[in-house]
Design a protein around this ligand. Structure first.
Ligand code: C2E
Ligand code: CA
Ligand code: CA
Ligand code: CA
Length: 274
């Protein structure tokens, strides 16, 4: 239905029932998406700002449905989390990401590391450590070349997060805190967890040359990382001004459209194999 907004603009507002039906339809489609081969990964390069060298990639899940087209992850990840499908999806993503690293290697492209996102829901079942260990074993990827990305909410909302994260560290995989600074502000966990990387959220990078508060936060995260001996990666770097700001303040790793959009595996190979 079209509704009149306060400012007079018309916008689309599905009715409550319409919304429920829409959600159910999406849910039904999503449940079959893996078996129907509609799910795939894109890979976004992470680079050394000074040299342009590839330091890693982040695996980002994509869903291409024949009727709906490309559905953005912000629409289907929360749904997958609500329905429990995230466990199956997360496992598929991890296996595919690890396999792709081996395929690139065989094709002559050495990608030093792959970052894979984990949802808080994947920690609730308790089998996450076995799942990761089994996948590494099955695909033959060295554990040190896998970096798992979790948000602060995973650490704060999961009862046994400390245990799981220490176990993951024990099998040799790396851990990054995603969207750092946007979640709970307790920093105490940082000194207790075997974390290697902080990712500065795009929201702080976006207005870096115009918003002094965002600048202050970005600088504080870089300093914190430095003093705790962590790598810091800036997300969503789109301009050379942002990159120059980061380097000036001691952050040398970045991911963003300035360097590359997320790419299909084969495009990644042709663009980055020298
Ligand atoms: P995220 O983990 O923070 O991933 C970064 C997002 O920023 C990606 O969006 C990426 O395409 C986008 N991005 C990267 N550089 C730029 C830039 O320079 N400018 C702008 N405007 N955007 C940039 P994407 O792929 O749509 O993913 C959105 C979110 O969905 C991710 O945010 C992550 O939270 C979630 N997600 C994606 N793949 C997975 C997955 O396999 N598992 C789980 N659990 N979540 C995933
Ligand atoms: Ca991420
Ligand atoms: Ca992020
Ligand atoms: Ca983000």
């Amino acid at each position: 239905a079209k509704a009149r907004g306060r400012n007079g603009y018309s916008f689309y507002t599905p009715s409550m029932t319409g919304e429920g039906v829409e959600r159910l339809r999406l849910e039904t489609f999503l449940r079959r998406s893996i078996e129907k081969d509609e799910i795939f990964l894109n890979y976004q390069p992470q680079v050394d700002i000074d040299t342009g060298a590839l330091v890693g990639v982040e695996a980002l899940v994509r869903w291409n449905h024949p009727e709906l087209g490309l559905v953005p992850p912000i629409r289907f990840i929360p749904l997958a989390e609500d329905t429990g499908f995230i466990n199956q999806l997360g496992q598929w993503v991890l296996r595919e990401a690890c396999r792709q690293m081996v395929r690139w290697q065989e094709a002559g492209l050495v990608v030093p590391k792959i970052a894979v996102n984990l949802s808080v829901k994947q920690f609730e079942r308790g089998s996450i450590v076995n799942m990761v260990a089994d996948t590494l074993h099955e695909t033959g990827l060295e554990p040190a070349r896998l970096q798992l990305e979790v948000t602060e909410s995973v650490i704060m909302n999961t009862d046994d997060a400390m245990v799981f994260i220490n176990d993951l560290h024990a099998i040799g995989v790396g851990l990054a805190i995603d969207d750092f600074g946007t979640g709970y502000s307790s920093l105490a966990y940082l000194k207790q967890l075997p974390v290697q990387t902080l990712k500065i959220d795009r929201s702080f990078i976006k207005d870096i040359s115009t918003d002094v508060n965002d600048e202050a936060i970005a600088i504080a995260i870089i300093q914190l990382g430095k003093s705790m001996n962590l790598s810091v990666i800036a997300e969503g770097v789109e301009t050379t001004q942002q990159a120059e700001f980061l380097v000036r303040h001691g952050c040398h790793l970045a991911q963003g459209y300035l360097y590359s959009k997320p790419l299909d595996a084969d495009v990644m190979l042709t663009q980055w194999k020298k």
